[in-house]
Design a protein around this ligand. Structure first.
Ligand code: WT7
Length: 611
C-alpha cells in the first residue's frame, strides 16, 4: 500500500463519530519508539459503540448473554438497555471517586457486568485493566500493583461447568498486598456466602439502582489511554500493554467488519474470554462499534456435554464463529454425533486464533463444522497489535490449511534473517516483523517504556519485532511457525518461562528449574519442567513434590501454567556464560535425544548422561 495514512484517515472519517477532527493522521518514530494516530482528534469510544446506534438500532440486541447453565435463560441486551446499564455503572464509578486516568481492575467472569464495567470505564475515561478470572491471587495482586489500580470490580463467585469458584476469596487474598485499592464493587452471581470488608467492599446492585441512567461522555483525546492488558514476556513480570483510544477503536472495528464480513442482522460469536485481547477487540469493541449482535458465553465447551458450542450456534443462529485451535482439537476428539445433532446451517464464516492450527484440526473444523461451505479465517495477531494483522478475507482469499495467508490492508510485514537483514522474495522463512505503524498497535508498556523499546524495537532497526517465526510461500502467503523466544503458548494462552521458574524456585526443596514446551495433541504445547533439588531425596518423595510444585504454580500464576511433566535432574545444560540451553532441553522433552546439535559450548555436557 502506497499511502496507508490516507487509507486509515478515510476509514476513520467515514465510519466513526468524532467530537473534533484530527490535525495529523500519523506521527511516528520506531527508534524512540513513539507512535501517534489521529492527533488532535477528540472522541469517546462508547459514543461510537453505543450512543450513535440508538437512533436506528435502539431495540436491536447488542449482547446475547448465554449462561453457564443451559437451563438458565439467555439474556438479550438491546443497545438501549446497554446504554442505560453503562451510564448507570459509569455514575457509580464516579460516585466512588473514579475519574479520568484512574486505573480500575476488573476481575469478573463472563457475565454482562463484565462488558458493562469495561464500557463504563471507557465512558468516563478511566483506564480498565481486565484480569482474566482464572489468574491466582498473587497474579492478580501483581497486576493491580503494577498499574496502581484504585478499584477492583469482581463478583461473589463464578460458574464454570460444574464448578463454582470463590472469586471474592481470591480478591480478598490479593488485596492483602495492594496499597492503592480504595474500594471493591461486588456483583452478585453465585449467591455464595462471602466476606464484605466494611468501608471497602460494596454490593453493586443497590448502587446501580440509585444511579441515574444518563451519563455524559468524557471527551477523550485520540491518544488518551483506553486500557491496559497484561501479557507474559519471556522474562520478568507481565507487561502491561497500553492501548489508546482512537487508533484502537478504528483498528478493532475495521478488522472486525472485514475479517468476519459482518452484515447487518448477523449474529456473531467469539468464544474467548474478555480477560484476553481477543475478547476486548472481538467480543466488545469491534462488534459494538459496528452495531453488531455479539454473544458472551459464560461456560465451557464440555458442559453439560461436548455438544454445547454446537447447541449455542443452533439456538442463536450464529453466523460467524470464532474460537481457538485448542478448543477445536479437544472437541474433535469426541464423538461426531455431538456436532451432527445440531443444525449449523446458519454459519457463514469460521475463525481461529491464538496459536498455529494444525492441518488435522483445520480439516475437522472445515468438514464437520463448516461443512466445507464456510471459509476459515486463520487470524494471526497479538495482545500488542490490538487487532488482526494477517488473515484471509472470507470469500475473497483462497484459504490453505495452516496459513494465515495475507496481511490486511495497511499492514506491512517483513521477514528477517539472523543477521538482521530483511529477506526479500517468496519461499523464505525468518522472523516476523512489521515495518510500518498501524492504528491498533500498543503504544507502550505501562510504566516501562524502556522495556517496550527493548522488547519490540531493538532486535531489528526501525521494525516492530513480533517474537514469532513465519514463512512466506511461493505466492506470498504467510504461515506462522510459532514463538522464537521463551514464550510458550499452552491452550492458546501465552506463558513466559521465567515467571513459572520463579514460582517453582520458591519451593524450599528446589534449587533450580527450567521450563520448556513440548507438543501436546490438545493443548498445542504443554509444559515440561526440569527441576534440580537441593538434596537428592528418595524417589518415592518425588510424587508429592510434583504435586507441591504444581500447587505453587497454581498459587503464583494460575492452573493454566501447571506442568504436565516434571523431571528431577542433577544439572542443567548451560553455556559458558551461564545461560540455560533450552534448545537441548526442548529436544529431550521432544524425545529427540539422538540429535542434540552442537553442544560444544556446554559447560557441563555430562549432565545429559546422568539425567
Ligand atoms: C501470540 C500472541 C491475538 C489473540 C490471542 C493471542 C500466537 C496468535 C495465531 C495464529 C499462529 C498465532 C503467536 C502470537 N498466535 N494467533 N493464527 N497462528 N500463531 O494473543 O496472548 O498476545 O498471543 O499467539 O505466537 O505471537 P497473545
Amino acid at each position: 500500500m502506497r499511502d496507508p495514512e490516507n487509507f486509515w484517515s478515510e476509514i476513520a472519517e467515514e465510519h466513526f463519530v468524532w467530537r473534533k477532527p484530527w490535525d495529523k493522521v500519523l506521527d511516528w518514530n520506531f527508534s524512540t519508539p513513539e507512535v501517534k494516530w489521529f492527533e488532535g482528534a477528540q472522541l469517546n469510544i462508547t459514543e461510537n459503540c453505543i450512543d450513535r446506534h440508538l437512533a436506528t438500532k435502539a431495540d436491536k440486541t447488542a449482547i446475547i448473554f448465554e449462561p453457564n447453565d443451559p437451563s438458565e435463560e439467555a439474556q438479550h441486551i438491546s443497545y438501549k438497555q446497554l446504554h442505560e446499564k453503562v451510564c448507570a455503572f459509569a455514575n457509580v464509578l464516579k460516585e466512588q471517586g473514579i475519574k479520568k486516568g484512574d486505573r480500575v481492575c476488573i476481575y469478573l467472569p463472563m457475565i454482562p457486568e463484565l462488558a458493562v464495567s469495561v464500557l463504563a470505564c471507557a465512558r468516563i475515561g478511566a483506564i480498565h485493566s481486565v484480569v482474566f478470572a482464572g489468574f491466582s491471587a498473587t497474579a492478580l495482586a501483581t497486576r493491580i500493583n503494577d498499574c496502581e489500580c484504585n478499584m477492583v470490580i469482581t463478583s461473589d463467585g463464578s460458574f464454570r461447568g460444574t464448578k463454582t469458584i470463590d472469586l471474592k476469596g481470591i480478591v480478598d487474598e490479593a488485596l492483602e498486598n495492594t496499597p492503592t485499592i480504595k474500594s471493591v464493587l461486588v456483583v452478585k452471581r453465585t449467591d455464595a456466602d462471602i466476606n464484605m470488608k466494611d468501608g471497602r467492599d460494596h454490593w453493586l446492585q443497590p448502587l446501580l439502582e440509585k444511579a441515574s441512567k444518563e451519563c455524559v461522555i468524557e471527551i477523550m483525546d485520540a491518544e488518551d489511554p483506553l486500557f491496559i492488558l497484561y501479557t507474559s514476556g519471556s522474562t520478568g513480570k507481565p507487561k502491561g500493554m497500553l492501548h489508546t483510544t482512537a487508533g484502537y477503536m478504528v483498528y478493532s472495528a475495521y478488522t472486525f467488519k472485514n475479517v468476519f464480513q459482518y452484515k447487518e442482522g448477523d449474529v456473531y460469536w467469539c468464544t474467548a474470554d474478555i480477560g484476553w485481547i481477543t475478547g476486548h477487540s472481538y467480543i466488545l469493541y469491534g462488534p459494538l462499534a459496528n452495531g453488531a449482535t455479539t454473544i458472551m458465553f459464560e461456560g465451557v465447551p464440555n458442559h453439560p456435554d461436548f455438544g454445547r458450542f454446537w447447541e449455542i450456534i443452533e439456538k442463536h443462529k450464529v453466523n460467524q464463529f470464532y474460537t481457538a485451535p485448542t478448543a477445536i482439537r479437544a472437541l474433535a476428539k469426541e464423538k461426531l454425533e455431538f456436532v451432527e445433532n445440531h443444525d449449523l446451517s446458519s454459519l457463514k464464516v469460521l475463525g481461529t486464533v491464538g496459536e498455529p492450527i494444525n492441518e488435522e484440526a483445520w480439516h475437522w473444523y472445515n468438514d464437520n463444522v463448516g461443512k466445507k461451505k464456510s471459509p476459515i479465517v486463520d487470524t494471526w495477531w497479538q495482545t500488542e497489535t490490538g487487532g488482526i494483522m494477517i488473515s484471509p478475507i472470507p470469500y475473497a482469499t483462497p484459504t490453505i490449511p495452516t496459513y494465515a495467508t495475507l496481511p490486511l490492508p495497511g499492514i506491512q510485514p517483513a521477514l528477517m534473517d539472523e543477521h538482521g537483514k530483511e529477506i526479500e522474495g517468496n519461499q523464505v522463512d525468518g522472523r516476523l516483523c512489521i515495518k510500518f505503524p498501524w492504528p491498533g498497535m500498543a503504544r507502550t508498556i505501562w510504566g516501562d517504556h524502556k522495556r517496550y523499546k527493548e522488547t519490540y524495537f531493538s532486535a531489528y532497526e526501525n521494525k516492530y519485532f513480533t517474537g514469532d517465526g513465519a514463512l512466506r510461500d511461493t505466492v506470498g502467503y504467510y504461515r506462522i511457525t510459532g514463538r522464537v523466544d521463551d514464550v510458550i503458548i499452552v491452550s492458546g494462552h501465552n506463558l513466559g518461562t521465567a515467571p513459572i521458574e520463579d514460582a517453582i524456585n520458591e519451593h524450599p526443596a528446589v534449587a533450580e528449574s527450567a521450563i520448556v514446551g513440548f507438543p501436546h495433541d490438545v493443548k498445542g504445547n504443554a509444559l515440561y519442567g526440569y527441576v534440580i533439588l537441593k538434596e537428592t531425596g528418595e524417589s518415592r518423595l518425588h510424587e508429592n513434590l510434583r504435586k507441591e510444585i504444581n500447587q505453587i504454580i497454581t498459587e503464583h500464576i494460575g492452573p493454566i501454567a501447571k506442568l504436565d511433566k516434571i523431571q528431577f535432574t542433577v544439572g542443567l545444560p548451560k553455556t559458558r556464560s551461564g545461560k540455560i540451553m533450552r534448545r537441548i532441553l526442548r529436544k529431550i522433552a521432544h524425545k529427540d535425544t539422538d540429535n542434540l546439535g552442537d553442544i560444544s559450548t556446554l559447560l557441563n555436557p555430562e549432565v545429559f548422561k546422568r539425567s
